[in-house]
Write a protein that binds this ligand. Sequence first.
Ligand SMILES: [Zn+2]
Length: 202
Amino acid sequence: MNVLQNVFSNENIIPIKRNSEVYLQVRDVARLSFFLYVVLQFKNIFYSLKSIVMALIRVTKEFRFEMAHALWNYDGLCKNIHGHSFILYVTVLGEPNTNNNDVKCGMVMDFGDLKRIVNNAIVKDMDHSLAVSEKSKHQLLLGTGQMFERHHILPYQPTCENMVIDFAERIKKLLPQNIKLQNVKLYETATSFAEWNADDNI
Ligand SMILES: [Zn+2]
């Protein structure tokens, strides 16, 4: 009797309970950790998919053309007819296509489509031409014959700034609806350029 009483005494039972409690706590912590791990994995997958599906990307293409201009009523050297090797950067903004069945999958816009639009709207039109303001005495120039076959009598002074505004307007009209014109940068010389940006012209 004394032996049994001794075995089932509180002193012997308590450690068993304590072990059980410790076991339960460890099991709960393991479950909680696993739950948090699963939640974090789902969160990572969700944000990965969201970043692929929802990301807005800017796509830029470079164009080059040769053009002459003269600034009527200007007080510097550019009042004389002179030429530049213009470099034009056109940047569009959109979401990459996520349709796996579409041949344009993964693209904001096919570079070839952007090339065709800008070439038709600007490069083919302006290359190897002379651009002057309609306020200039251009009739005298154009009367001299074939040297001025390719010319543009513009309703604005053909500065780099005004031309980049004109070019941006031309491109905007030709882009697909889901594509936004974000930026147009026109280099007149290696160190001088004008830039049109959609965020500045809302
Ligand atoms: Zn110039």
